[in-house]
Design a protein around this ligand. Structure first.
Ligand SMILES: Cc1cc2nc3c(=O)[nH]c(=O)nc-3n(C[C@H](O)[C@H](O)[C@H](O)COP(=O)(O)OP(=O)(O)OC[C@H]3O[C@@H](n4cnc5c(N)ncnc54)[C@H](O)[C@@H]3O)c2cc1C
Length: 564
């Protein structure tokens, strides 16, 4: 999105936020044009118009699945399981229903929504609404999906979901595409059960989505939000190519406090954004209503997706294999959340910096692909605050403050992945020390194959290459050593981002760019005692790691001979 459009929109948001309910164009946005009457130019006859009936049916279906005829023994077992978490999948269904029967009955906070197109009214004779799914690849707990359904139900229109599959994206490999496609297959199945056709469109959104919209007389497009330049460009391109009378709106379904509401500028660090986010949490950190079986039938069917064929046709590197431990899809994401709560949350605060311990949530792959809502994870984890206060508070700090700070940085800083994007103090100190003699210089190939003189660094690199997830503590050490062992900060950043994006399952994420920028360029950090190569950038060393955890144990676990 160009600066000009962004500025206009923020102005709009500013003025609209002065409304009593703080919503953006709440009353007008995406309503039908005033002249079109609901009886006059109605679209072709639809099979099902009985929304109330369908809604209550969907609700009773959802609740009856929970109270099936389990015998007393099973109930007892269930009760016992509930005490330690039970089936989180089932509990979530109940929680959503406790918020509202459907999004139509729910007080949707429209601050989550912003208008991208010039047109803000739905076109006449619309025959459907489309949710262009991109970053948030899930059905439930997705504000963009919910907003699209709310709109479609309000206008008595069918709802469609479209995903535009590009054959290549940054350094993504089959590890990433495999995870994503399997997650999308689950989305498609869930959509089918909800009477919402799922369309996998092959190609760049600008080339396929506008034609889809025209061909099927779609009246309005809802999409989600990502702050990185490539997806931002996709949205801009689509908005320029959509028919002028079709509005496009964006919903931040990834952050709890929408990125553009949390702050209107690049924040200096966690300490400057923390209060802004916490002050607004109460209005955004709410339960989600369920997506209901859509009451309006589409006039056309989605083209069946041949997932195998789709997988085979990808033009991506297949040498970086998919990983076993991370099962793709929203259901697996919820299972991982449940295992975090029942097994690892208690030691998150005390052991999260120990790579030999199982204390982390491990949720980043599901968060990255939007298969699990961070908001959902927070809602669930917070229930354990009286039991594990420190751990819950630390998790909130990481998953909300640090993560939303990363989105803030990438959204407001166009140079989020180059030294140019660093603060002046950091750029200056790195420049002063650019010519300092390095103890070791490694090529990208040497680094990639984990063949440095440092067994801990090699072990961390091999963990990432083979498991698709390096432990969070070691990511900092790993990136800082790349600064120490390459020719320049620019080269270090390039290598770190390349390796991170290629091997980490959660790579190509604002968190990754900010993680590399924090380690190498001091972003969101402060100046430290000056030293060679690093200048005032925070330094980490092997001895420091030895004081934190049993380094030898980690090195044994990820020794090259284990992967020979
Ligand atoms: C050099 C470097 C590269 C990184 N690359 C990535 C990346 O590509 N993708 C990615 O998601 N994270 C990245 N991080 C941030 C962090 O290391 C990972 O989010 C975390 O290790 C993921 O594991 P987890 O889900 O078990 O984390 P947990 O410790 O359980 O944290 C829960 C969630 O909080 C968020 N979070 C945790 N730490 C951070 C942080 N420092 N900054 C922002 N958000 C955070 C993540 O969404 C994470 O999933 C990077 C950090 C560094 C220093």
């Amino acid at each position: 999105m160009s600066q000009k459009v962004k500025a206009t929109k923020s102005k709009k948001e500013e003025s609209s936020s002065k409304k009593s309910d703080g919503s953006q164009n709440n009353e007008k946005m995406l309503a039908p044009k005033p002249k079109s009457s609901s009886t006059g130019k109605s679209p072709r006859k639809r099979k099902s118009e009985g929304s109330a009936m369908e809604k209550s049916k969907a609700v009773s279906e959802a609740s009856s699945s929970e109270s099936s005829d389990v015998d007393a023994k099973k109930r007892k077992k269930q009760k016992k399981e509930d005490a330690v978490g039970g089936s989180l999948q089932d509990a979530l269904k109940k929680s959503r229903l406790s918020a509202a029967a459907s999004v139509s009955d729910f007080k949707f906070n429209k601050k989550r929504v912003r208008l991208v197109s010039v047109e803000e009214n739905l076109k006449d004779d619309a025959e459907g609404i489309v949710y262009w799914m991109s970053r948030d690849q899930r059905v439930e707990d997705n504000w963009a999906f919910l907003y699209a359904q709310r709109l479609a139900v309000k206008q008595k229109l069918p709802l469609h979901v479209a995903f535009c599959l590009v054959p290549k994206f940054l350094e993504a490999t089959i590890r990433h595409y495999g995870f994503m496609l399997k997650g999308l297959k689950e989305v498609a199945e869930d959509c089918k059960a909800l009477n919402i056709p799922f369309h996998l469109l092959i190609g760049y959104a600008k080339d396929v989505l506008p034609d889809f919209v025209k061909e099927h007389s779609i009246g309005g497009v809802v999409t989600d939000f990502a702050p990185l330049r490539v997806p931002m460009q996709w949205v801009k391109d689509v908005s320029e190519r959509l028919p002028k009378d079709v509005p496009l709106v964006q919903v931040d379904a990834h952050n709890i406090v929408p990125c553009w509401i949390a702050s209107i500028k690049q924040e200096y660090g966690a300490r400057t954004i923390r209060k802004k986010i916490h002050d607004q949490l109460s209005q955004f950190l709410t339960e989600f209503p369920p997506v209901i079986k859509h009451p309006y039938n589409s006039m056309f069917k989605a083209k069946p997706v041949d997932w195998k064929e789709c997988y085979a046709s990808l033009e991506v590197d297949r040498t970086v294999k998919e990983v076993e431990w991370a099962k793709p899809g929203s259901k697996a994401g919820v299972d991982m959340l449940q295992s975090f709560i029942t097994q690892r949350l208690k030691s998150f605060n005390s052991d999260r910096n120990n790579p030999n311990q199982q204390a982390l949530s491990n949720l980043s792959p599901w968060f990255h692909f939007g298969q699990l809502s961070v908001q959902r994870a927070i809602l669930e984890v917070q229930k354990y605050r009286s039991k594990y206060k420190e751990s819950v508070d630390s998790f909130v700090e990481e998953a909300i403050i640090r993560r939303e700070l990363a989105d803030n940085f990438c959204y407001y800083n166009k140079s989020y992945d180059t030294v140019e994007g660093a603060y002046d103090w950091a750029k200056n100190t790195l420049k002063v020390h650019e010519k300092d003699k390095r103890t070791h210089i490694y090529s990208l190939e040497k680094l990639e194959s984990g063949k440095t003189h440092d067994p801990l660094w090699n072990a961390a690199q091999l963990q990432m290459v083979h498991e698709g997830k390096m432990h969070g503590f070691l990511r900092m050490y790993w990136a800082k050593k790349i600064l120490e062992w390459t020719n320049s900060p620019g080269e270090a950043l390039k290598f770190a981002i390349y390796l991170n994006d290629r091997y980490e399952l959660d790579g190509r994420d604002p968190n990754g760019y900010v993680g590399c920028m924090w380690s190498i360029c001091g972003i969101h950090d402060q100046g430290w005692a000056e030293r060679a190569v690093f200048g005032k950038i925070r330094y980490m060393n092997y001895q420091g790691c030895k004081r934190k955890f049993d380094v030898a144990q980690f090195e044994r676990r990820y020794h090259p001979k284990n992967f020979a």
